[in-house]
Design a protein around this ligand. Structure first.
Ligand code: ADP
Length: 296
């Protein structure tokens, strides 16, 4: 759950400031991406862990209201639901503190228990807001079933992902910051740095790498081939969840059998539309809106 407050200036350590416009809105990368995929037209189920509290109930409702199946969503009675405390300054600068709470309780054995849902799936989408061993278990379980995995390595981990894991991830989809961190590059400024990041991530084992670059679009590297995906020109007001819209839209298209270049164009439209609206889950476009936008 995102708890957001506006302030004139971010408080200095020890200071108290008055805020305004406090909002409680459903968020979390996994939940945002699940809603994005469902809105993009893919039957979607989420595996995750909530606390037994009001935020947990509200998040479950927000997901099922957007047609995400929640039967596999667990509850841990001893831990609060994960929250992000977000402070936004008038200048647009922000600070974010994430307290993972129940997200940290999602264990490899829960992935094992969810095996029947894996049997029914066409693709598995993962992020890193759950424990690394749980991500590893999900990747291995999907690989054993020959299910493609899309890993959004967000937030970035302070250590490299093992080659054995990356080799089993069909689509690795980092944003600019995560790609730079994983590739060991100071920044992805300039086309050559982006291409170098693609080469390095492929060298680490990922068969297909898609790097999202905000208003610069996206870059893909697959089987030694490079592909630039231009961004759509839009009036961006808030890029929150643009990456989640991209990931959910990409997964939904891939699972329909759309080839990569076309699926990336669809995903790019999802990201662009999300950037034109404020908020996280409430900013995500549905399939009709994306198709209309693409035909304009
Ligand atoms: P994240 O939110 O994870 O940092 P990005 O900012 O890279 O992700 O955005 C994901 C995708 O959304 C981009 O690759 C692009 O296709 C689209 N997008 C994001 N911001 C804009 C923008 N200002 N204009 C057009 N498209 C955008």
């Amino acid at each position: 759950m995102d708890l957001t407050v506006g302030v004139e200036h971010l408080p200095a350590p020890g200071a108290t400031v008055l805020g305004h416009g406090f909002r409680t809105t459903p968020g979390g990368k996994g939940a945002n991406q699940a809603v994005a995929a469902a809105l993009a037209g893919a039957p979607t189920r989420i595996l995750g862990c909530l606390g037994q509290d009001a935020y947990g109930q509200a998040l479950r409702r927000a997901l099922s209201d957007r047609d995400v199946r929640t039967e596999a969503l667990l509850e841990d009675p001893s831990t609060p639901t994960g929250v992000a405390l977000i402070t936004v300054e008038a200048s647009g600068q922000n600070t974010i503190v994430v307290a993972p709470g129940a997200n940290a309780r999602l264990a490899p054995r829960d992935v094992e228990a969810a095996r029947p849902w894996f049997d029914q799936a066409g693709i598995v989408v993962l992020q890193q807001e759950i424990p690394v061993e749980t991500v590893e278990k999900a990747v291995a379980q999907a690989a054993a079933l020959r299910l493609p995995v899309l890993l959004n390595p967000a937030p970035a981990r302070p250590f490299p992902l093992p080659r054995s894991l990356l080799e089993q991830v069909a689509y690795l989809v980092p944003n600019e910051t995560e790609a730079a961190a994983m590739a060991g590059l100071p920044s992805l400024e300039g086309e050559e740095a982006v291409r170098e990041a693609g080469r390095r991530l492929e060298g680490q084992g990922a068969p297909t790498v898609v790097i999202t670059l905000g208003a610069r679009g996206a870059f893909a590297r697959t089987g030694g081939q490079e592909l630039w995906v231009p961004a759509f020109s839009v009036q961006a007001v808030d890029a929150t969840a643009a990456g989640d819209a991209f990931v959910g839209g990409l997964a939904a298209e891939l699972v329909r059998g759309t080839e990569l270049a076309m699926a990336l164009r669809f995903a790019s439209a999802c990201g662009a539309l999300a950037a034109t609206r404020p908020g996280a889950q409430e900013s995500l476009p549905d399939r009709q809106q994306v198709l209309r936008f693409l035909s304009e």
